[in-house]
Design a protein. Structure first.
Length: 316
């Protein structure tokens, strides 16, 4: 393998800004360096992020910290059982003076959208986000409206309290590049949280370290990170294993493989490399694959299945 090197496609200033941006988010979301890196992976991969965890563990704080650090427009929508698609996408209202309908954009017309407790909304409202997440556009009344660039969705859901929820369908889950859990903080991080200043106050004082143009440039740099033929063969072997692994009813699609490679390129870039290593794939396989697998009724969780698939495929 070539020696670790700094990607030449990034200027020194942009590389330094990216490093400081990660450090700033880590200072706001304590003890979650790996999860913060995954959030940056999703952002730089032009993907979307699903955070599945209990209330009060920092899901919203992470979203707010990212938006503030990146200097991007931010909107939060609390998904509820009575939320309508128009509440998210917007609505056309007739203007009697102009004698025509005027489109009033909804909160989806932002750069970072936090869809809080997304599984509380009915399927019709959930599916309203499909086109936005996949195509970065919204079509209403036969008119297509482009979304800002970059556009990044962070959705949250509580995996325990399922009363009155509508589980996300496979087509919706597949639109999320990564699914992660924050988990409880470590003892030292929790003590710092209890003794320190309120996170919301700290985020309000946060200065942006990157811009929209910087994020677009970083995404372009991700596309230039090299993935060797041997690495692609390794990813293909993981996909093939997932389709025949015991306990798996539906394995990974080619789109899942493309998502895994894209995320691995972003992961390599964040670690200062211009090439992808098997370690990048291994670090990301669980969070990219688990929510895309469909398990047999009596099988282990998809997280356990993803781990077993990874262990079953050797690196040549």
């Amino acid at each position: 393998m070539p020696a670790t090197s700094t990607p030449p496609m990034l200027s020194d200033a942009l590389r330094d800004a990216l490093k400081r941006a990660q450090e700033q988010v880590n200072a706001l979301v304590l003890g979650k360096a790996y999860e913060v890196r995954l959030a940056f992976v999703a952002l730089l991969s032009d993907g979307h992020l699903l955070i599945e965890d209990l209330p009060g563990l920092g899901k919203t704080t992470l979203a707010h910290a990212l938006a503030a650090t990146l200097g991007l427009g931010f909107q939060r929508v609390q998904f509820t059982s009575d939320l309508l698609p128009a509440d998210v996408l917007g609505v056309s209202v007739y203007d009697g003076t102009a004698r025509q309908f005027q489109f009033h954009p909804g909160p989806v017309f932002t750069q970072v959208l936090l869809a809080d407790e997304i599984n509380r909304a009915p399927p019709r409202t959930q599916s309203a986000l499909l086109e936005a997440m996949a195509e970065h556009q919204v079509t209403l009344d036969g008119v297509t409206h482009g979304l800002p660039d970059p556009f990044f969705v962070i959705a949250t859901q509580n995996p325990v309290d399922l009363s009155g929820t509508y589980p996300l369908p496979d087509s919706q889950l597949d639109r999320f590049l990564l699914r992660l859990n924050l988990g409880y903080p470590g003892a030292e991080a929790e003590r710092a949280l209890l003794a320190g200043e309120d996170r919301r106050a700290l985020i309000a004082q946060t200065l942006p370290l990157l811009s929209s143009d910087d994020v677009i440039a970083l995404r372009a740099a991700v596309n230039q990170v090299h993935a060797s033929e041997a690495l692609i063969v390794y990813v293909q072997a993981l996909l093939a294993r997932s389709r025949h692994h015991p306990g798996v009813r539906v394995g990974l699609s080619p789109r899942a493989g493309i998502a895994l490679l894209r995320a691995a390129r972003a992961h390599a870039l964040l670690l200062g490399r211009q090439h992808v290593l098997p370690e990048d794939i291994q670090a990301l396989f669980g969070v990219v694959a688990a929510h895309r697998l469909v398990a047999e009724a009596e099988a282990d969780s998809t997280t356990a299945l993803a781990k077993a698939i990874l262990h079953a495929v050797a690196v040549d």
